[in-house]
Design a protein. Structure first.
Length: 414
């Protein structure tokens, strides 16, 4: 236990959907009486996992269910998973913002957390006053805070506004100062949710550098939630994968991201033909020659369409590729008139490869593809199925803000 910063045992958190209360006084009294006797809430027994895609039969859902893990001092741990997996709920419990339904947490050291814009800030107080307030909450003396004050203000870049009430700050200024306070005041554990997405790309890069310094240089423990796998890979040495409120993997960060990626790949739709006589049948679409769906924002993308020949009667065909975002909106399409000179051998596997410079902003994408015969009749066309993730590169990102627009491209300026 000497080297353990955080230990979580059988941790669960249940939430009730809809209005508070069971709907009847008798049931509310039954729950209260069970609590007085130290018994389990009878209505939690029928609670369901937090699956947003299904309606369910219970009005109680488990945001977290029977979680167990240990985090050692000095570890930087990335917590990843799909929306609704329980990541933010876990951080709120670890930060003592909310209490668990069952289970317990033990650990060593003061915790500084940044869970949302303005966490721990009083809007009527100035930036200067909020810095001292946050330090006092962490149990620091005034002299300790004063020693770090100039460094905090310089990092946040809000010197001009430090004596202005923070209610007049923009969301970007808010998060700059909030992160600077959390990272610089002397806590043993730093907890950061994906609130950093509010900042611009330059500040995100700066924050990741500071968190790396806090973890590797100062030996403090960092818990970091993000959907950006590139950022998690850069900062963290370990990872926790949450799936519907359960820890489905905990280990080295590369293995955790790979597990998440494989789940992403395994959830892809089957290759469903939506048009064509299927003289040529598309059987797979492979991104960059592997099952790893992660692609760097500056990396060339190679899409390979694998197909079988059944009863195709022409000596050539045309092909197209469409890239869709995670909402199935068509982003980019590619077309090739002379895609293949076919040797007409039934059932023999073939492939067509298209390579292009990556102009997609970070995010999740799907690929659909199809074939035409020389008379522009559909031979095969599969619905969006093959998935890949474009990741941001914080080492080469510069000042670009990839959140703007649907695609991203470098330009030659003169």
């Amino acid at each position: 236990m000497n080297n353990i910063a955080i230990k979580v045992e059988n941790l669960s958190k249940a939430y009730q959907l809809g209005e508070i209360g069971t709907g009847t006084i008798s049931r509310d009294l039954e729950r209260w009486f069970a609590k007085v006797r130290g018994k389990e809430d009878p209505f939690l027994r029928i609670g369901e996992t937090n699956d947003r895609n299904s309606k369910g039969n219970s009005d109680v859902v488990w945001s977290l269910k029977d979680i167990n893990f240990e985090i050692e001092q000095g570890d930087a741990v990335g917590i990843i998973g799909r929306n609704g997996a329980g990541k933010s709920t876990l951080l709120k419990i670890l930060s003592r913002v909310t209490s668990p339904t069952t289970g317990k947490i033990s650990g060593r050291g003061r915790i500084a957390s940044l869970l949302e814009v303005g966490t721990g800030f009083h809007p009527e107080l100035t930036g200067r006053e909020n810095i001292y307030l946050n330090g006092a909450i962490l149990g620091m003396r005034k002299k300790e805070i004063a020693r770090k004050f100039d460094e905090i203000v310089d990092f946040a870049g809000v010197e001009r506004y430090v004596d202005t009430p923070v209610k007049r700050y923009s969301s970007g200024m808010y998060v700059r100062l909030a992160f600077a306070v959390a990272a610089h005041l002397e806590s043993e554990i730093l907890i950061v949710d994906e609130v950093l997405a509010v900042g611009d790309a330059e500040f995100q890069k700066k924050c990741l550098g500071k968190m790396g310094e806090v973890s590797k240089g100062e030996g403090r423990t960092v818990l970091f939630v993000s959907h950006n796998m590139g950022a998690v890979k850069t900062l963290c040495n370990k990872g926790i994968l949450l799936t519907q409120g359960n820890v489905s993997f905990y280990g080295a960060v590369a293995d955790t991201i790979n597990c998440y990626s494989q789940n992403f790949i395994n959830n892809k739709a089957e290759f469903k033909s939506i048009k064509g006589n299927r003289g040529l049948e598309i059987i797979d679409i492979v991104i960059n020659g592997s099952n790893d769906p992660s692609i760097n924002i500056f990396e060339t993308i190679k899409i390979e369409i694998k197909y079988k020949i059944h009863n195709y009667e022409y000596s050539n065909f045309e092909t197209f590729i469409i890239i869709h975002d995670e909402n199935d909106t068509e982003i980019i399409s590619f077309f090739q008139k002379d895609a293949g000179k076919l040797a007409l051998i039934d059932e023999k596997n073939k492939n067509v490869i298209a390579s292009f410079e990556n102009i997609l902003r970070p995010g999740n994408y799907k690929v659909s593809a199809g074939f035409f015969d020389p008379y522009r009749n559909f031979v095969d066309w599969v619905a969006p199925a093959s998935l890949f993730i474009v990741e941001e590169n914080f080492h080469e990102g510069g000042r670009y803000d990839y959140r703007l627009g649907k695609v991203f491209s470098k330009a030659i300026w003169s």
